[in-house]
Design a binder for this molecule. Structure first.
Ligand code: NAD
Ligand code: GLY
Length: 355
């Protein structure tokens, strides 16, 4: 049985989580948008695995489909691919009553959502996330974006989907590294809000437990975006581990995947917070042990403190001379803390294991 989480932003929509949802996605989408033309946007890996299934389901439900496939990877999440998608839609005469279908991970979801937000000043889109990371985080809440040369996600829009259908069967074709990326973002919800959820990740997750964990993560995200759709307060909590994480990603030339960088960033901010007396003793050790269970990194010793610090200055979360950090005070409880930007270096230094 699929579980359904209701998201109450300005636009109200459901996130459905369950095995086999791609098979019936056509009928489910039709119930929300009616039949129309559907442009499926996907990447070169996902297209080989799931494009046929989704095309068939949509066409059986009465949609006319087209597909646009771009090269898989973060390197494609840029203005050039966005422009190619927009030109494709225009050349094929897509109109305001048609829909875009994002089939893939966070890269596909972010760029398709952004394309939907600007094409003809906004067309409807649906999310069919196929990575764990996209299911628990990027497909829900309406943040869409592309990367600029200066940094990640620097151009984008808040734009909510019509529906999110997360088919957990698709996780079976993800490699271990990609699954681990998703576990980093999933464990994050446990650290932020929910000790019981955190502890669930300490079990061997069978299909049923994994589906439950995914649904609980999404329920946390739905609550947060309901309270703060436009990221002005509470939603910033979801950035736990991201300030240092984004710096690691950028220093690596995006060779370090997002989830791995966030894991290292989360462990480092926890370690620094504990050393500064801002977090309960033992918190960072618990986080570190959990991340290691999923073969995630918990430190970053290949970049100098200064390099990470200067790279993090380009972070979106910086506001003039200050930056809002997420401090994990204990498992299941985190707070926002505004710091002078210059103090970030102290967190980076104390966050490293040897210091
Ligand atoms: P991704 O979309 O690049 O997918 C990772 C890899 O897995 C790709 O090679 C992809 O082709 C492949 N893949 C996808 N589904 C597969 C499947 N079922 N089987 C086999 N291979 C599959 O990356 P991601 O980790 O899903 O997402 C990372 C992106 O998400 C980053 O750009 C990040 O900035 C963004 N993000 C956005 C938000 C948000 O709120 N919008 C939140 C977190 C992350
Ligand atoms: N991924 C962080 C957010 O949606 O706010």
């Amino acid at each position: 049985m699929a579980s359904v989480i209701h998201v109450e932003t300005n636009k109200k929509y459901d996130v459905e989580v369950g095995a086999g949802l791609l098979l019936t996605c056509g009928d489910k989408i039709k119930a929300i948008t009616g039949t129309c033309r559907a442009a499926i946007i996907t990447d070169s890996n996902v297209s080989k695995l799931y494009l046929n299934k989704v095309e068939k389901s949509l066409e059986q439900a009465g949609f006319n489909t087209d597909s646009f496939v771009f090269k898989a990877g973060e390197g494609s999440k840029n203005i050039e691919t966005l422009s190619d998608i927009l030109e494709f839609l225009a050349e094929n005469n897509y109109t305001r009553t048609d829909i875009l279908v994002a089939l893939g991970g966070g890269v596909v979801g972010d760029i398709t959502g952004f394309a939907a937000s600007v094409y003809l000043r906004g067309v409807r889109f649906v999310q069919l996330p196929t990575t764990l990371l996209a299911m628990v985080d990027s497909s829900v809440g309406g943040k869409t974006a592309v990367d600029l040369k200066a940094g990640k996600n620097l151009a984008g829009a808040f734009y909510q989907p019509e529906v999110v259908l997360a088919d957990t069967e698709t996780l079976k074709t993800l490699n271990r590294q990609e699954l681990a990326n998703g576990f980093a973002e999933s464990i994050k919800y446990g650290v932020l809000f929910d000790k019981k959820l955190f502890d669930l990740f300490d079990c061997d997750l069978d299909d049923e437990k994994l589906e439950r964990a995914i649904s609980e993560c999404i329920a946390h995200k739905a609550r947060v975006v309901k309270n703060d759709e436009f990221d002005l307060g509470e939603r910033k909590l979801l950035n736990l581990g991201h300030t240092i994480g984004h710096a690691i990603e950028k220093c690596s030339g995006y060779a370090t995947p997002h989830g791995h960088a966030v894991a290292a960033g989360m462990a480092m901010i926890a370690r620094a917070s504990e050393k500064m007396g801002l977090a309960e003793a033992g918190t960072s050790e618990k986080i570190e042990k959990m991340l290691l269970r999923y073969n995630l990194p918990v430190d970053c010793d290949i970049y100098e403190d200064k390099e990470l610090y200067f790279t993090s200055l380009g972070d979106k979360k910086r506001e003039g001379g200050s930056i809002t950090l997420v401090i994990p005070e204990k498992i299941g409880g985190s707070v926002l803390r505004k710091e002078a930007v210059a103090d970030l270096e102290k967190y980076i230094t104390l966050g490293k294991k040897g210091n």
